[in-house]
Design a protein around this ligand. Structure first.
Ligand SMILES: [Ca+2]
Length: 267
């Protein structure tokens, strides 16, 4: 376990697909030599008992794109894929950490989604968290990577593993039908959507979930933000309060994530 804590203390970069190291790392980028790193890792793997320290030192001090280059060089020289080689050489928590480091954000999300739907039952919390908080581009990349990694369609797996209104909502999101943000603000459509959300929810008995799903899953995020603002004209409750009043459980969690997610705000 000592190595694992050392690994974590050296890991100044965020998990997965960062474009650039978040802080200046120990080795400046122009000293980066993927061929040499690959050779050192190959030697470390072949060392009796495995030289874990060297593997940690190298992989924690490179950005994701540099790690990808190292993997490419490694495969070229060792005729073996780096991830499989690391899997064979390492074990336990250190193995999981190193393998996590080798994944892009989309690969990481795809693995989490796969794990959330594996076996009996579903980890709805993880499923909802990922599907409802990733933007359209991210979801498209996750779908592509999911297919590549598991030879399965994410849409089919989600459909097979969920049911009811939550299934409809998650599927609509995974189908990536969301509008591309436009420079032209359509005030009429904003007003229509705000009123439709009100009519389908707070105004009536029960909830017309289908209307909510189509607006939440098909409108661009900047448009939706304006809709939620406009929404307050029709009801004393803001969107968040309305969601809490109208729906419960997984559906409530999903709409709340969609309605308040900080990552979607910037996209
Ligand atoms: Ca209602």
């Amino acid at each position: 376990m000592a190595l694992v804590s050392e690994f974590l203390s050296q890991l100044t970069l965020s998990y997965g697909g960062e474009k650039e190291p978040k802080c200046p790392t120990v080795l400046p980028v122009n000293d980066f030599n993927p061929g040499m790193d690959a050779a050192r890792i190959e030697t470390a793997i072949k060392t009796k008992g495995v030289d874990e320290q060297t593997i940690i030192d190298i992989l924690t001090r490179r950005s994701f794109s540099q790690r990808t280059e190292i993997a490419f060089e490694f495969e070229k020289r060792a005729k073996k894929d780096l991830v499989s080689a690391l899997k064979g050489a390492l074990s336990g928590p250190l193995e999981s950490l190193v393998l996590g480091l080798m994944k892009s954000t989309a690969q990481f999300d795809a693995s989490e989604l796969k794990a959330s739907m594996k076996g009996l039952g579903t980890d709805e919390e993880t499923l909802i968290e990922i599907v409802c908080s990733r933007n359209n581009e991210e979801l498209m990349e996750i779908k592509r990577v999911y297919k590549e990694m598991f030879k399965k369609d994410l849409e089919k797996d989600v459909a097979g593993d969920t049911s009811g209104d939550v299934a409809k909502l998650l599927l609509a999101l995974v189908q990536c039908k969301r509008d591309v943000p436009s420079n032209v603000v359509d005030y009429e459509k904003i007003d229509n959507d705000a009123r439709a959300l009100y009519d389908a929810g707070v105004k009536r008995k029960g909830t017309d979930v289908t209307t909510w799903i189509s607006i939440f899953s098909e409108r661009s995020v900047p448009h939706l933000q304006k809709v939620f603002e406009r929404y307050k004209r029709y009801t004393p409750y803001d969107m968040k309060e309305s969601i809490r009043k109208e729906v419960k459980g997984d559906l409530e969690r999903s709409f709340l994530t969609l309605g308040t997610c900080p990552s979607s705000v910037t996209h």
